[in-house]
Design a protein around this ligand. Structure first.
Ligand code: NDP
Length: 489
């Protein structure tokens, strides 16, 4: 088990971390610094983990969470509850893979709930506990200095005393001819995104896991026939997931087939060539779309030269902790979990990683007094993190009447993940602002009253008066700035 021993310099507040690891820990310079029983530290050089260095750079966050799926958001909740300021960099897919899932029936305490609704609630919870949530992604992590330097895709620079990697995993590809060529022309890995393009068409889903079942069910709303292609004689998906397929006569399963090539007419997919492991024959199977559900690859590209990863690329944990091989860097969720890969498990791991990070901060001498200096304000009250859904002018007028101060309404065609994300960010950033999502397919009277002829349109009200109207998609940062300016005027 990884042990952390600390040496306090007598008479001064600096704390220097020294590690002894069974498998060898990696220091900020990337060198392996510890072996069984040996005590080696960072006592020399610029890479010293020394708590006094936190005032040498700015802005410094005690905890930076990279990724905003269940692991990242729960890490934020626990860091916040520990009264530790934390920043969540949402990444390029805010909310992670769960936002692409439809009904989730195995989330603790919920009989059935949409994946994106779970994420929305969790994001609100993290925001309530003070997580700062940025609509940005980590681009580089420089571990040659501590606090670790993070550069974001929007070119912002910040420093982290600890990092919790919650970057999840991305879709795996088949690596067969035609896959790249027809990517976006019939080959895809996202049924939620692309299913509507396959109305009344015949499609295949490749894979035998839970994702394949999910994809097929999502496709059933549009496609006329869906065939799940399984390479073995049985599916890997949970029995309960397989049982769900019985309710969909348009879905069938073809076993013992290995995809060998995706074929098309240059413009779009027309067939997939399948090798039958029973008959040992290869035949073309006519299809308009190939939906890939063949597992995932951990998103460790950002850190693969920085922390130890296994042969499949998963972050390696130290013993029964969520420490990576590098001091102050932790990981949770699918980026380190090749075994359970469940949203509920990821959330639990996010909690553990946050608790490990808080212990680490404590061990390096980050005192309660320092924590207070860094603390983020908690959000209290009815509007902390709640997006009010509106389906009529009567409801909207009621909301306008109730809300004192600023109200931001996003007029959209039905549910929109992007609108949710932008409004959640507003709630996380500004206290006392009410956010509302107006479904203009139902609330036609709101659309008429406020001349909404396209979507999205953002309406900003101050004390019931319309003070801003933006008929375009807006990024969270842009809308946050608008709200900041209005609140200052
Ligand atoms: P899995 O790794 O569970 O399944 C991948 C599937 O793809 C397997 O059936 C595998 O076949 C097949 N496969 C892999 N490579 C190839 C190939 N080259 N050719 C053909 N088939 C191939 O991944 P999932 O994405 O389905 O699930 C990941 C995790 O997420 C799981 O833990 C799952 O339970 C969870 N999940 C849960 C959901 C829910 O509860 N609602 C929804 C979606 C996912 P083989 O079996 O032969 O190896």
């Amino acid at each position: 088990m990884n042990q952390v021993s600390l040496t306090r310099k007598s008479g001064i507040s600096a704390v220097i971390i020294a590690l002894s690891c069974l498998s060898g820990c990696v220091g900020p310079e990337g060198k392996t610094v510890g072996q069984a029983g040996a005590k080696k530290g960072y006592e020399a050089g610029s890479s010293l983990i020394d708590i006094t260095r936190i005032s040498a750079v700015s802005p410094v966050y005690p905890v930076v969470i990279i990724g905003s799926g269940p692991a990242g958001l729960m890490a934020g909740v626990y860091a916040g509850r520990g009264n530790i300021k934390n920043l969540i960099l949402q990444g390029n897919k805010p909310g992670g893979l769960l936002t692409e899932t439809s009904e989730v029936e195995n989330w603790p305490g919920e009989i059935s709930m949409l994946g994106k609704d779970i994420i929305e609630k969790m994001r609100a919870q993290a925001a309530k506990w003070g997580s700062e949530i940025w609509d940005d992604a980590a681009d580089k992590i420089d571990v040659s200095q501590w606090p670790y330097k993070i550069t974001t895709q929007d070119d912002k620079v910040l420093y982290a005393m600890t990092i919790i990697l919650c970057t999840g995993a991305g879709p795996r590809f088949l690596g067969i001819p035609g896959e790249k060529e027809y990517w976006g022309k019939g080959v895809t890995s996202c049924a939620v995104c692309d299913a509507p393009f396959y109305k009344d068409k015949e499609v295949v889903v490749v894979g035998g896991g839970d994702s394949a079942v999910e994809e097929a069910i999502q496709l059933s709303q549009y496609a006329s026939k869906i065939t799940i292609l399984v390479r073995k004689d049985k599916m890997r998906a949970a029995a309960s997931m397989q049982a769900r397929l019985k309710g969909y006569p348009q879905i069938s399963v073809l076993y013992n087939v290995e995809p060998k090539e995706i074929k098309g007419n240059d413009l779009q997919v027309t067939a997939i060539s399948l090798y039958n492991t029973q008959t040992q024959k290869t035949e073309d199977f006519v299809t308009s779309g190939v939906f890939l559900a063949v597992g995932h690859i951990p998103n460790t590209a950002l850190v693969k030269d920085t922390i130890e990863v296994d042969e499949q690329g998963y972050a390696v944990m130290q013993g029964r902790t969520y420490h990576t091989s590098r001091a102050g860097i932790f990981a949770a969720g699918d980026v380190q979990d090749n075994r359970y890969r469940q949203a509920g498990a990821a959330a639990g791991q996010g909690i553990c990683a946050a608790l490990d990070a808080l212990s680490f901060l404590n061990e390096i001498g980050f005192t309660g007094e320092m924590a207070t200096k860094f603390a983020s304000p908690k959000k209290e009250g009815q509007n902390a993190g709640t997006i009010e859904k509106v389906a009529s002018l009567t409801e909207f007028n009621g909301l306008l009447k109730q809300s004192s101060g600023l109200l931001v309404a996003c007029c959209e065609l039905g549910e929109s993940t992007q609108a949710h994300e932008v409004l959640s960010s507003v709630l996380a950033t500004h206290e006392g602002v009410t956010c509302s999502l107006v479904d203009i397919r139902q609330a036609e009277d709101v659309a008429r009253k406020y001349f909404v002829h396209e979507a999205p349109v953002f309406l900003v009200f101050n004390d019931g008066q319309l003070v801003g109207r933006f008929a375009k998609p807006m990024k969270a940062d842009e809308l946050n700035e608008v709200i900041y300016n209005i609140s200052q005027s």
